[in-house]
Ligand binder design. Structure first.
Ligand code: 2HG
Ligand code: ZN
Length: 461
């Protein structure tokens, strides 16, 4: 049966590359979550939009589930294929298709990496401003699917802000050109925005028109050590009024311990419980002076205990590594991850409640938190104790996540800030979205994908 279905697909798309070797099934069937055993039917690597359309039409007729797949750096299981699905990898569709200087639009295929987009924008003297540590492996299609955020959201917003148009293969195989790069387009529902963040459940994104920005002015990078948790938001309040922030990222001493053990270099002597990497525009002496004044005020207030300003690009990269290297340094320990969002105004009160909750519920476990505190996004990674079985660890963390979800609901937050819902956060969707909203989302999905072939089981059942 399986064989004949695949034979039928190759008969319809003779040039299509199809992988069925076990090593490939494992490689393409999982993402960075590593929680589900990969078990796809096969992996299709189309190189044209027409091939993607053929695959989607075939999947409808043959009732085969599809898992659209980018760089599989996701942390919520959105690109996992563990139930005999066909992985539809866009990795061969990775070209820059064009650039229009008047419109400032870069047109790319969905499988291009974020880093290649950065380079293409730079080659035109412009900037694609969404950025984060997985830039070398993640793809634009995946960024669109999760509305990826990253380290410069406080200045530039999330992926959503930078999409001028999308080319999408709909659930029935038809091709949709959504918004076509228009700046203004008040002609009904914005289906482009509906696709963004839909985690491959409403259509397969094959092409993207990216808006580009002016390149940033020269920036400075500062590492700060803070003596207590309240200082995080106090320093943020101070810095955002005095400086033009590009990024405001934090991590704890526990996180620092892991990146240092993983090869990063210590930048400050004394140990403090919290650290911030701040990046701000510093085109001239006045901005540098403003940064020093803000720093001194923070010290006077007792919010900052120590700090260093990078004196070279290499030093700035070393400071950034302390923040961006955290995920990789924790990966061997198979952490359980939360990725939560709050309004910035809700953060101080929430932080206290969360700290108490984590201390109470995870007495035997190491909890590492860090993230994009300037835009209200915290990452909480819980490390299993060496003597605890994986299933017991997961069950424990799921129970605590339920409590965290309740707290978030009370504070008006979200159970997923930028990693998506996928499989991992599915049980908690109802803490962030109302029953009426979920019912509407279900209806939209049903209309876009009536046969239920697009990433079934992800986001909601
Ligand atoms: C980051 O901000 C990523 O570094 C990963 O979103 C977060 O590993 C995590 O929990
Ligand atoms: Zn993040």
């Amino acid at each position: 049966m399986t064989e004949s279905r695949l034979d039928d697909l190759t008969a319809r798309a003779p040039g299509l590359r199809l992988l069925t070797e076990l090593a490939d099934l494992i490689h393409y069937g999982r993402d960075w979550t590593r929680r589900w055993g990969p078990a796809p039917l096969a992996v299709a690597l189309p190189s044209t939009v027409a091939e993607v359309q053929t695959i989607v039409r075939w999947a409808n007729e043959r009732q085969v589930s599809l898992v659209p797949s980018g760089g599989r750096t996701g942390l919520s299981g959105g690109a996992v294929a563990a139930r005999g699905e066909l992985v539809l990898s866009l990795e061969r569709m990775n070209r820059v298709l064009g650039f229009d200087a008047t419109d400032r639009l870069l047109e790319v295929e969905a499988g291009i990496t974020l880093q290649a987009v950065h380079e293409a924008a730079r080659s035109h003297g412009l900037l694609y401003p969404v950025d984060f540590a997985a830039r070398g492996s993640c793809t634009i299609g995946g960024n669109v699917a999760t509305n990826a955020g990253g380290i410069r959201v406080i200045r530039y917003g999330t992926t959503r802000e930078w999409i001028g148009g999308l080319t999408v293969v709909a659930g029935n195989g038809e091709l949709l050109e959504l918004n076509r790069g228009l700046v203004k387009n008040s002609s009904g529902y914005d289906l482009r925005q509906l696709m963004i963040g839909s985690e491959g459940t409403l259509g397969v994104v094959v092409g993207v028109q990216l808006k580009l920005a002016d390149p940033p002015p020269p920036v400075q990078t500062m590492l700060l050590a803070l003596p207590h948790m309240d200082a995080l938001m106090q320093v943020f309040g101070l810095f955002r009024t005095q400086l033009k922030l590009q990024a405001f990222e934090f991590f704890t001493d526990v996180a620092l311990g892991h990146v240092l053990a993983h090869g990063a270099k210590r930048a400050l002597d004394a140990n403090q419980p919290y650290y911030v990497v701040a990046e701000y525009d510093a085109p001239d002496d006045r901005d540098e002076q403003a940064a020093l004044l803000a720093f001194e005020e923070g010290v006077r207030e007792g919010w900052i205990s120590d700090g260093v300003i990078a004196q070279s690009e290499a030093q700035a990269a070393a400071l950034w590594r302390l923040r961006e290297g955290i995920t990789e340094s924790l990966a061997p320990r198979k952490p359980y991850k939360n990725d939560i969002a709050l309004r910035i105004s809700a953060m101080p009160a929430f932080l206290h409640e969360m700290q108490a909750l984590l201390a109470r519920e995870y007495p035997r476990m190491e909890v590492v938190w860090f993230g994009h505190i300037g835009d209200g996004n915290l990452h909480i990674n819980v490390l299993p104790p060496g003597d605890m079985a994986q299933a017991e660890f997961l069950a424990h963390c799921e129970r605590v996540t339920r409590l965290l979800a309740d707290a978030l609901q009370r504070h008006g937050g979200s159970i997923s800030a930028e990693h998506g819902i996928g499989l991992v956060k599915k049980p908690y969707l109802g803490s962030t979205r109302s029953a009426a909203e979920i019912a509407l989302m279900r209806g939209v999905r049903q209309v876009c994908d009536p046969n239920g072939i697009l990433n079934p089981g992800k986001l909601f059942d």
